[in-house]
Design a protein around this ligand. Structure first.
Ligand SMILES: Cc1cc2nc3c(=O)[nH]c(=O)nc-3n(C[C@H](O)[C@H](O)[C@H](O)COP(=O)(O)O)c2cc1C
Length: 184
């Protein structure tokens, strides 16, 4: 797949089939992540791959509760039997880094860059992905993170889901670049 097609064709996927993602594909997506640039080439990432459906459901249920608490306007949407957080995706990947206040901002940037590589690689493989901003709120609940496999000493940076998309999605739309200045 050409880079232009890959960049423009990637969408956030919110409907997944039950088909599991092969280990080879998960590994290829992780491998794409580690080719991202990092501040001072620290490559701080630690990846946690979750395929256990019960654990992913727990993450969604806990995130629903937290979203309702911190964003009351979302409470009605969160009050649903459906998995409105992880969308029943078969794989949840938590990009983490060692906790270190001095580096936490850089670690987050490094993790976001890794995530975008992973989104693009997944799209090339015919897989869908979505950034899980609501799941990132669980950083406020270290006990829950421990339950889902994030050990003490690691900080959750970017959660994302991965799976085989169910159905087609229309192409995305974007505004043209808003160039405020172009100084020559
Ligand atoms: C920081 C960040 C957090 C996001 N959190 C969520 C989320 O919690 N749930 C969700 O469904 N989509 C989430 N998204 C996906 C955005 O809604 C999506 O990227 C945007 O609507 C553009 O659509 P596209 O990715 O299909 O181009 C998040 C994206 C980013 C960059």
């Amino acid at each position: 797949m050409e880079i232009e097609e890959c960049i423009r064709g990637r969408r956030s996927v919110r409907h997944y089939s039950d088909e599991p993602v092969s280990k080879d594909h998960i590994e290829a997506v992780l491998e794409a992540g580690v080719w991202a640039p990092t501040g001072m080439n620290r490559q701080p990432w630690k990846f946690i791959v979750v395929e256990d459906k019960d654990v992913i459901k727990l993450v969604s249920d806990e995130a629903k509760k937290l979203v309702s608490e911190v964003m009351p306007n979302m409470a009605e949407m969160m009050d649903s039997e459906d998995d409105v957080i992880c969308y029943r995706a078969p794989v949840l990947i938590l990009i983490c880094a060692e906790s270190d206040e001095r580096w936490s901002q850089v670690n987050l940037l490094d993790s976001v860059l890794a995530a975008q590589n992973m989104f693009l690689k997944a799209h090339e493989l015919g897989l869908g992905t979505c950034y899980m901003g609501f799941v990132a709120l669980l950083k406020q609940k270290p006990g829950i993170l421990g339950t889902i496999g994030v050990p003490d000493g690691l900080e959750l940076m970017v959660p994302l889901i991965l799976g085989h998309p169910k159905g087609e999605q229309p192409p995305g739309e974007r505004n043209k670049p808003d160039v405020t200045a172009w100084i020559k």
